[in-house]
Design a protein around this ligand. Structure first.
Ligand code: AP5
Ligand code: MG
Length: 191
């Protein structure tokens, strides 16, 4: 498999975390989720966590400076030097540009941006179902819809950003977990 520096893009609930875990295992590279790192910071009540909590609970984006610093630190670790799957980062044009600047310092740029495409109403159902199991503070209907609005407004423009670099590959995310994984692996083989 040639692609090892991978950005996973997709709306809230698209399956980024689920698929990143499968890919990390299949390819043997770390799964880097800024959402997971921020939730850990909130749980540990670190200065970043204390700052981020209200923003995350409202479904808004944590500031670029904070998130870029978290990603920079994580990608500098040893296990990320051979590759990584970024889940939930970048999420704004400023973050994408920061990543492009950051990567040459740790080798080459990203190999592939995989965008998981989904239908909004199905996703609201998925996230409400997850709320029953995991109890994530931002998995209530009002906040889910706000996260989707923020995605359309601030993150969807990254599709064109990566399309412009000929790095974008789109994968339908509405099948079973296994079907989506197979489609993603096929795209990566071709990348
Ligand atoms: P983040 O944690 O990234 O959340 P998100 O983008 O809203 O996405 P989710 O984690 O809800 O969904 P997912 O795409 O990972 O889907 P999953 O695999 O879980 O961010 C949370 C917050 O942190 C943000 O709102 C922001 O405040 C902050 N943040 C994070 N990164 C940031 C950044 N870079 N900049 C600024 N702020 C940032 O699947 C969802 C559910 O569906 C699960 O229950 C799963 O089991 C199920 N499922 C998955 N695939 C399938 C399938 N194929 N069929 C049926 N069910 C499925
Ligand atoms: Mg996730």
């Amino acid at each position: 498999m040639s692609a090892t520096k991978i950005v996973l893009l997709g709306a809230p609930g698209a399956g980024k975390g689920t698929q990143a875990a499968v890919l990390a295992e299949a390819i043997g590279i770390p799964h880097v989720s800024t959402g997971d790192m921020l939730r850990a910071a909130v749980a540990a009540e670190t200065p970043v966590g204390l700052k981020a909590k209200a923003v995350m609970d409202a479904g808004h984006l944590v500031g670029d400076d904070i998130v870029i610093a978290i990603a920079r630190e994580r990608l500098a670790e040893g296990d990320a030097q051979k590759g990584f799957i970024l889940d939930g980062f970048p999420r704004t044009l400023a973050q994408a540009e920061a990543l492009d600047e950051l990567l040459p310092r740790i080798g080459s740029g990203i190999d592939c941006c995989l965008a998981i495409t989904v239908q909004t109403e199905a996703i609201v159902k998925r996230l409400l179902a997850r709320a029953e199991i995991e109890g994530r503070a931002d998995d209530n209907e009002e906040t889910i819809r706000e996260r989707m609005r923020v995605y359309d407004d601030q993150t969807a423009p990254l599709l064109d950003y990566y399309r412009g670099q000929s790095l974008l590959r789109e994968v339908p995310g509405m099948g079973s977990v296994e079907e989506v994984s197979s489609a993603i692996l096929a795209e990566l083989e071709a990348a």
